[in-house]
Design a protein around this ligand. Structure first.
Ligand SMILES: Nc1ncnc2c1ncn2[C@@H]1O[C@H](COP(=O)(O)OP(=O)(O)OP(=O)(O)O)[C@@H](O)[C@H]1O
Ligand SMILES: [Mg+2]
Length: 628
């Protein structure tokens, strides 16, 4: 049964499912919802009470007038006065109580709405963190942000609005109609004839508003994606470098104008709706007085009943409209929930299987067995049938032309993705059999484009080990060759690096990343060397830092420097996702294959640099005063 429902593709089937799932969100709040229902029923009933009290007052007044008019007794009119006074007190009391209950209702309502939102936001964030890197390479960041913030905020309105409003309306309507029918069924019949005339325009407006709302949310997500892209540091630099400010303004202008127009249209639809409500609100009591007046003349009704009826009629339209619109308000709230559920339902590709093992003391033995991987189904393999082994403590170098799959191989080792075929093993365990935490703890990486948070240098380094004492952070920074830079900065390690570390140079950023890895101290280190050539002094500092980092652990370096390939225990040469050669530098050079030609292209220039480097180093060592 459930399964059939799940497979249903029709819109109603899926809507039902979304609705059921939305209701499920309220399960933790069952108690509060019950209280809310009680409060709503109480306020709805109290809101109708004044109509009855007014009826009592008017009837007492007319009775009193008749009594004094016929001069029957002063006591009768005196009794009427007391009655009117008491009824007035009752009116005040009912209005006050209703007001106080209204405050309580508002609180409970908010508590539920915000509670649901709080959980949704938390679940969404947790789920997004578990999604594979693939999702983030395919989705615009701004779009994600819009869903987590704007859409979830919309949910709060939907919850507090739709749900409470519906209950409130249903109860008010039921009680009011009941009262009307008991007071005078013929008058009630008038109201019942007029009311349905009103259903169509109300529903129509609701539909329009819902469509406009959906468009608004889509456009808003687009706009925030655009903002995120063009107003981030890299984005701003790209726009400026190509002088595309006008182009970007135009793109923004389009979204901006659409949002403006959609909002105006939505507001206007609301205005037309209000106009309709106003008209009916004004005309319906008129009709009641007309019919009721005639009935009073015919002595069939008391004036009080007619007045009460007029009040009730006015009170009936609003809730009736709400109920008529319930379909559309519900659908537009469901559309919001749908967008959120859509994200919550994104499959987690890289998942920890139940019973996954923890790697307690990993030795750092890395193996790829017949590993093939493509970024998308149908795309060509970025990694094809790779077999490789790096023993604990060894240093392996990956070399190959751009796009050969070197970075991809390191992604697989960090389990950013799972291979489509073959296995990636650490210490003989398939990565899919160990906990994600184990992998993250065992493998540390300094990637091609270093990412830093907008925080202090110290905090960025401490990301490697959150509980590291300041002394360790400083030691890591020193070991990464950051000492001179930190001494130069007025705030030292507490200097904030700016978004993505834009206040640091490329070399400095990479050394911060190295410091982070030193602090983390992983058994397996992945290093994607910077391709940009650095000045020889910096080059030497980074080389020394990475050499220190490589000691006592398995290291896999994507090598762009001669010194690295010379130091490597084993070199894997990749081309088109395959390992085409492997061995040590001298052997590979002797084979005169791809490695030899890469060597001539990439590394030979390094030889001169290395020599110059050695000379510079020797000079610096001889004259320490120049550097310090
Ligand atoms: N997220 C992705 N989605 C789809 N294809 C990708 C993705 N990332 C990389 N690729 C493709 O996979 C192939 C291997 O890319 P990879 O980044 O591993 O190359 P690389 O050897 O590290 O190159 P470089 O030396 O330029 O850094 C390339 O053809 C690339 O276009
Ligand atoms: Mg790369």
């Amino acid at each position: 049964m459930f399964r059939r429902q799940f497979e249903q593709t029709g819109p109603t089937g899926s809507k039902k499912r979304i609705f059921a799932r939305t209701l499920g969100l309220f399960r933790p709040f069952t108690g509060s919802v019950a209280l809310l229902v009680v409060l709503i029923a109480a306020t709805a009933a109290l809101d109708l009470l004044p109509a009855l009290i007014v009826k009592g007052m008017v009837d007492a007044a007319t009775a009193g007038t008749e009594a004094s008019g016929t001069g029957v007794s002063g006591a009768a009119s005196g009794g009427a006065l007391t009655r009117i006074n008491l009824l007035f007190l009752a009116l005040v009391a009912s209005v006050l109580t209703s007001g106080v209950l209204g405050v309580a209702l508002g609180y409970v309502n908010q508590a539920i709405g915000q509670g649901v939102m709080y959980r949704l936001r938390g679940d969404l964030h947790a789920h997004l963190q578990r999604l594979s890197v693939r999702f983030f390479t395919q989705t615009r960041t701004g779009e994600i942000l819009a869903r987590v913030s704007t859409d979830v905020n919309g949910v709060q309105g939907a919850v507090t609005g739709t749900f409470t409003e519906f209950l409130q309306n249903a109860i008010t309507l039921a009680v009011a109609l009941g009262l009307m029918l008991t007071l005078e069924w013929r008058l009630a019949a008038i109201a019942l004839v007029i009311l349905p005339l009103w259903v169509y325009p109300t529903m129509r407006v609701g539909q329009i508003q819902r469509r406009l709302m959906r468009l608004w949310h889509e456009e808003n997500a687009k706009m925030s994606a655009h903002l995120e892209e063009t107003l981030s540091v890299s984005g701003v630099m790209l726009v400026k470098a190509f002088g595309r400010q006008t182009h970007e303004s135009d793109r923004f202008e389009a979204s901006n104008a659409t949002l403006r127009d959609l909002s105006v249209r939505r507001m206007m639809a609301g205005r037309w709706f209000n106009l309709a409500t106003g008209l009916f609100g004004a005309l319906a009591p008129g009709a009641v007085y007309w019919f009721g007046g005639r009935a009073v003349v015919g002595q069939e009704l008391t004036i009080g009943s007619v007045v009460a009826f007029a009040v009730l009629t006015q009170r009936v339209f609003q809730p009736f409209a709400g109920i008529a619109r319930i379909n559309t308000t519900l659908l537009s709230s469901l559309a919001l929930f749908e967008r959120i559920f859509e994200y919550l339902d994104l499959p987690i590709e890289v998942e920890e299987r139940s019973g996954a093992q923890t790697l307690t003391t990993p030795r750092g033995h890395v193996r790829f067995e017949d590993v093939s991987f493509a970024y998308a189904s149908g795309a060509r393999n970025a990694i094809a049938d790779i077999n490789l082994e790096v023993r604990p403590g060894q240093m392996a170098a990956l070399v190959g032309p751009s796009g050969a799959g070197k970075t991809t191989a390191t992604y697989l080792l960090q389990r950013f993705y799972d291979p489509q075929a073959g296995r990636v093993l650490i210490d003989g365990h398939d990565l899919r059999d160990v906990t994600l935490e184990s992998v993250a703890r065992t493998v540390g990486a300094v990637m091609q484009d270093t990412y830093l948070f907008h925080a202090s240098l110290a905090d960025n380094i401490r990301y490697g080990r959150l509980d590291a004492p300041t002394a360790d952070v400083e030691a890591a920074a020193r070991a990464a060759g950051l000492r001179s830079m930190i001494e130069r900065l007025p705030e030292g390690l507490e200097t904030v690096v700016g978004e993505r570390g834009y206040r640091l140079s490329g070399g400095e950023k990479q050394r911060v990343a190295i410091a982070r890895a030193i602090l983390k101290d992983p058994p397996i280190l992945v290093l994607d060397e910077a391709t940009a050539s650095l000045d020889s002094r910096l080059e030497r500092e980074i080389r020394e830092a990475t050499a220190r980092l490589a000691v006592g652990r398995t290291t896999i370096v994507i090598a762009h420097r001669l010194s690295t390939v010379l130091a490597a225990d084993v070199i894997f040469v990749l081309d088109g996702g395959r390992i085409v050669e492997q061995g040590r530098h001298a052997e590979l050079l002797a084979r005169d294959g791809l490695y030899a030609s890469l060597y001539r292209e990439q590394f030979e220039a390094d030889i001169l640099e290395t020599v110059a480097d050695e000379v510079a180093a020797a000079l610096e060592d001889r004259q320490p005063s120049r550097t310090s």
